[in-house]
Design a protein around this ligand. Structure first.
Ligand code: 5GP
Length: 189
């Protein structure tokens, strides 16, 4: 997606250890116009997939997920990173965070992830794929079906996409970064 790649080159900041900061337009301050364009592209790419619910993980996935849900007129549910005391029937799993180098729990209520759900999962980044595999774990526990996974930015050099595709998942990433070596952003052509 050219508009997105241009914006990443213009405003993205690269850090040691293969981390890209996009907090001026995606995951801290947000550009709604760009987010809408991102959602339109996800809708186009997943047009043949009969999803009936959008799922993400808090917090950075919520903005693109709700835009997709709005365009498709579908409900949006996000996995929480802290289990509220009031949550009944929680499905939970553990995810390892690459950026924070620690494990955390994600949970979702069985009330909002059910065997009737056909899920389109949307998130900001795909790196090693740990968050995505955690989401798949919750989807599996619920007996729901996964229609596909869409990511705004994929860091291909961290292998998440290969891992998900080996598990039979349809993956769509709107900007695929081949390398961040020497803090230079190089996209896959
Ligand atoms: P994974 O679980 O695929 O290794 O990492 C995905 C999650 O880690 C994303 O939801 C995102 O929040 C975070 N993440 C991974 N790499 C980056 C990065 O380079 N920049 C930012 N801002 N977040 C990242």
């Amino acid at each position: 997606m050219e508009l997105l790649k241009k914006r990443i080159l213009q405003d993205g900041r690269c850090f040691e250890g293969g981390i890209l900061k996009v907090d001026s337009f995606i995951n801290h301050q947000m550009d709604p116009g760009l987010m809408k364009a991102v959602a339109v592209e996800f809708v186009r790419r997943f047009a043949s997939r009969p999803a009936n619910k959008i799922m993400t993980i808090e917090a950075s996935g919520i903005a693109p997920a709700i835009m997709v849900g709005f365009l498709l007129d579908l409900p949006v549910v996000f996995a929480k990173k802290k289990s509220p005391k009031t949550m009944r029937n929680a499905l939970t799993t553990t995810v390892h965070s690459f950026t924070k180098d620690r494990d955390y729990e994600i949970c979702i209520s069985r009330d909002f992830l059910t065997p009737d759900d056909r899920i389109l999962f949307i998130d900001d980044f795909l790196a090693h794929g740990n968050a995505a595999v955690g989401a798949m774990e919750l989807i599996g526990q619920a007996g729901a079906a996964l229609e596909g996974m869409g990511f705004i930015i994929e860091k291909a050099f961290q292998g998440g996409s290969d891992r998900l595709q080996a598990m039979g998942v349809r993956v769509e990433s709107l900007a695929v970064i081949e390398s961040l070596d020497d803090c230079i952003i190089r996209f896959r052509e």
